[in-house]
Design a protein around this ligand. Structure first.
Ligand code: PEP
Ligand code: MG
Length: 757
């Protein structure tokens, strides 16, 4: 069964279009269950009706025409119950509805399963049989398993607007579509899609309209000729030693690379509106999928050879067409995985937005984008990246929404929003040199989180009072080996110098989780619960010592360095780290450096550290809350998983209580308590943090002026009152609403979008 399941999903996924995918589904399911009819109904939510979209066994003429109201019939009943319905004689069921057009009266046995994605019923898959009988348990289980997988394919088609266009044949195909991901840098970006992709990877080639069809065909001809020449030379060299069947295989491949063979198929795709590389990808994919779906093992293995042919031709195509991405004035940079270098290549002032299918808001691309103030959405897993070149796109970095080919009304709405954002930013510039304090004079120093050189000037321009978190892993991530002690000293020295005399808190290397170094592989089933942060560096004192010595040497004559330990779960880790600090300090002093021992701090970002916050505080000079990880671990919600992103909320009552406990513990030990997770940059959360007594807040540079503005509108007393009020509430939704209302009442409603993570 598993094999059959896999094959069906594989065939369905490689269908030319969604209609074909639906037809494959019904055909293959009917065959797999050896049943007479299989049909798919999809829900047209606008009209509240299930529409027959594909069938094997019912009247094919009824496809697209028959619509069943959501309140009637067995199909609707399956959707309503959100579970399989298995009946031996459907005609006797009280919900049976005779729809003469589908010609189903001769069918008695009925098994229907809902197609559900992210809690939403998208449609119903049914199988039917003339003889009355109950489908057995294994058949039901098969259909349920298959439906769960098919639902994801249907959800993708729904998100891209394909289903809407199928429901209504008169509707023009505008290509409008909406996608959701993880909001990773606030703001609204409107511009044109520029897809970047790794070279030499056929799967990564985007679809693209050719500027000049004939030129693309000439490129293809030349690439095919080079490919044939390769095979000719290879065969000349290898023929004498090759068995006869292998020789004929060589000949076949050489012939396939002819313009009348595979070449002709590729040319057809080019003429239909795809460039040579995209057309090559389509044709090779089709052949590979076909071969992989065959029963014959020998033929299945030939799929690898076809991939190799495609790869060879691609190399020649890319060699002759090495055009750089065509950035526009308002570039929306799109990629499956993007790197900081991809961002850096876009000409200055041309980057309007970033969309990345993989990654999270803690990926260093997201960190960089945030620091640059470029609206960004990460983890948009179902977006058809390779169809977005040159498309008009809106990136809503507040809510993590992406709008493709938006209609004029929607575009106007977002243009207005972007304009309001600009006005707000301009009005906030005057705050730069103002103190960050409440109306009744309570000071709250604002610091910045940095990690990439690019954000230093932005941070200073925004009026940062220091660095509350320097993520040192960034220089480690951007190399193909560990940076040497001297390289690190130079990097750290630049940062300390540019912020002096303001304090700079450097965090020791925090790799693991989602931050793996390419040259230091860690393969774990549960990376966020595995080898992370201080666990790694204590296991590798040589890495830790090199880093700490580099920090200490860099601080000579500047003396604004503070050092902080990430992911601490146990006091013994702090004791061990302190022992290593002392050793590194002694070593560096012995070398002749004149430095002061910097203040040492601990990050509180896991539940065990909350409960031991006092013991931890007693050992160090300050503590700082990493609210991103703390929220993740308290709520058991992966901070990088877009599927559960709605559950990730630092305003959860449990998180708020943990924060209060941390502040209290730190203050009982007379220590400075700060917070450096994203929560500190959330206007809706910040008053609560001030009321709790955090001594300083650290956030991305782009949030700084807004946070200062909020704090300056309120008294400490009012913030404390708000805190007492939200502590009586039991859900983060209520707390968020309450705080939003408080901001609106003092005229800060405009900031609310910025607060959404
Ligand atoms: C945090 O966890 O809140 C934090 C500041 O660290 P990072 O986001 O780098 O894990
Ligand atoms: Mg963290």
């Amino acid at each position: 069964m598993l094999k059959v399941l896999r094959r069906i999903i594989q065939e369905v996924s490689s269908a030319q279009d969604f209609k074909e995918a639906l037809n494959i589904m019904v055909k293959r399911v009917a065959r797999a269950l050896d049943t007479q009819a299989c049909s798919i109904f999809l829900l047209d939510r606008h009209r509240g009706e299930y529409v027959l979209m594909a069938t094997r066994g019912l009247n094919p003429q009824a496809v697209g025409k028959v619509r069943i109201p959501m309140t009637q019939g067995l199909v609707s009943y399956v959707g309503e119950r959100e579970e399989p319905i298995n009946i031996d004689d459907a005609t006797k069921h009280p919900r049976f509805l005779l729809v003469p057009e589908v010609k189903e009266e001769e069918y008695k046995a009925f098994l229907g399963t809902p197609l559900i994605y992210h809690r939403q019923v998208l449609g119903v898959l049914i199988v039917q049989q003339q003889e009355p009988r109950r489908y057995d348990e294994s058949e039901e289980a098969f259909l349920v398993t298959l439906s769960a997988q098919l639902a994801a394919i249907i959800a993708h088609a729904e998100a891209t607007g394909v289903i809407d266009s199928l429901f209504d044949v008169h509707k023009t195909k505008t290509g409008e579509a909406t996608y959701s991901g993880i909001p990773s840098a606030p703001g609204v970006g409107i511009g044109t899609g520029v897809v970047v992709y790794p070279l030499e990877d056929l799967d990564a080639v985007p679809d693209r309209e050719p500027d000049d069809v004939e030129a693309e065909i000439r490129l293809l001809e030349s690439a095919l000729a080079s490919g044939r020449e390769d095979f000719r030379l290879l065969s000349e060299r290898l023929y004498p030693n090759l068995p006869i069947e292998e020789r004929s295989l060589f000949d076949v491949y050489q012939r396939m690379l002819d313009i009348t063979d595979l070449g002709a198929e590729i040319v057809t795709h080019i003429r239909q509106g795809n460039w040579a590389q995209g057309a090559l990808k389509k044709v090779i994919q089709k052949h590979v999928d076909h071969l992989e779906s065959l029963e014959n093992e020998y033929l299945r293995e030939r799929a690898v050879d076809i991939k190799d042919l495609g790869h060879r031709v691609l190399l020649y195509l890319q060699k002759n067409d090495r055009a750089l991405p065509l950035y526009t004035d308002q570039t929306i940079l799109i990629g499956d995985t993007l790197t900081a270098a991809d961002l850096a290549e876009v000409p200055e002032d041309c980057l309007a937005g970033v969309i990345c299918a993989k990654g999270s808001n803690s990926s260093h691309v997201a960190i960089l984008a945030r620091a640059m103030g470029v609206p960004t959405v990460m983890g948009v897993s179902d977006i058809p990246i390779y169809e977005l070149q040159n498309k008009e796109i809106i990136v809503d970095g507040f809510y993590g929404q992406i709008y493709i080919s938006p209609n004029p009304d929607l575009k106007k709405e977002f243009e207005n929003l972007a304009e309001q954002e600009r006005e707000l930013d301009a009005s906030l510039e005057s705050l730069r040199d103002e103190l960050c304090q409440t109306r009744d004079g309570h000071r709250v120093p604002l610091m910045v989180n940095t990690g990439l050189g690019a954000d230093v000037s932005l941070s200073l321009a925004a009026g940062a009072e220091g660095v509350g978190l320097y993520r040192t892993e960034t220089p480690f991530l951007m190399r193909d080996r560990f940076p040497s002690g001297e390289e690190q000293r130079v990097i750290y020295g630049q940062l300390l110098t540019s912020f002096a005399p303001r304090p700079v808190i450097m965090r020791t290397l925090d790799i693991g989780g989602d931050k793996a170094l390419p040259y230091f592989p860690m393969k774990e089933d549960n990376p966020f619960l595995g080898w992370r942060g201080i666990r790694v560096t204590l296991d590798h004192p040589e890495i830790f010592l090199v880093q700490v010595r580099a920090m200490l040497r860099a601080s000579e004559n500047i003396n604004n360095l503070r050092i902080m330990l990430p992911m601490v779960t146990d006091v013994s880790e702090v004791d061990e780290a302190l022992r290593l600090f002392k050793r590194a300090y002694a070593d560096v002093c012995d070398e002749g450096f004149k430095i002061e021992m910097p203040e040492i701090g601990v990050m509180i970002e896991v539940p065990s550290a909350v409960y031991q916050a006092r013991a931890l505080s007693s050992r160090v000079d300050f503590i700082s809350v990493g609210s991103n990880d703390l929220t993740q671990y308290i709520l058991a919600v992966d901070r990088n998983n877009s599927r559960v992103a709605a559950l990730f909320d630092s305003l959860h009552p449990a998180v708020l209580r943990a924060l209060m406990q941390i502040v209290e513990a730190g203050h009982q030990e007379g220590k400075h308590v700060s917070i450096c997770g994203e929560m500190a940059g959330d206007p809706v959360a910040v008053l609560l943090l001030v009321a709790m007594g955090f001594n300083s807040l650290s956030m991305s540079a782009s949030s700084l002026s807004r946070i200062k503005w909020v704090i300056r509108q309120f008294t400490l007393k009012k913030a404390q009152k708000l805190l007492q009020e939200v502590l009586t509430m039991e859900s983060s939704v209520m707390i968020r609403c309450h705080m939003e209302l408080a901001l609106e009442q003092v005229g800060l409603g405009g900031l609310l979008r910025a607060g959404k993570r």
